[in-house]
Design a protein. Sequence first.
Length: 148
Amino acid sequence: MNIGDKAPDFLGLDQEGNEVRLSNYPGKKVALYFYPKDNTSGCTAEACSLRDGYAQLLSAGYQVIGVSKDSAKSHQGFIAKHSLPFPLIADTDTQLQQQFGVWAEKKLYGRTYMGTLRQTFIIDADTAVVERVIEKVKTSDSANQILS
């Protein structure tokens, strides 16, 4: 998914099993952020940055939605542990990650595997058009990256 591309309206199911759609957020910019795994150091730093900047993001017209391969149950624990005020999509089959091009081959310690690239997509909820892509996410400053 690139700038100018049309995102799907239906994004997936959140931690409570509710449908998450772009059309649920009229007049908003959706900050759809993809991250590898609940409760890992980088992903926790990113989620907490978004939590701490959430009021500022809302007042600037953004809705934050997180996406990872983790289960709804894992997301529930992650949300509770870190008091996250935004929904997390349980993309267990990686379908949404594949649509956005963030499910990709990665390398760690010489081992090659499939995993989630950490990226944030800013999408106009009314037109479903991708307006901006943050490819180099600074986990501890991700809220400010979205706002700038």
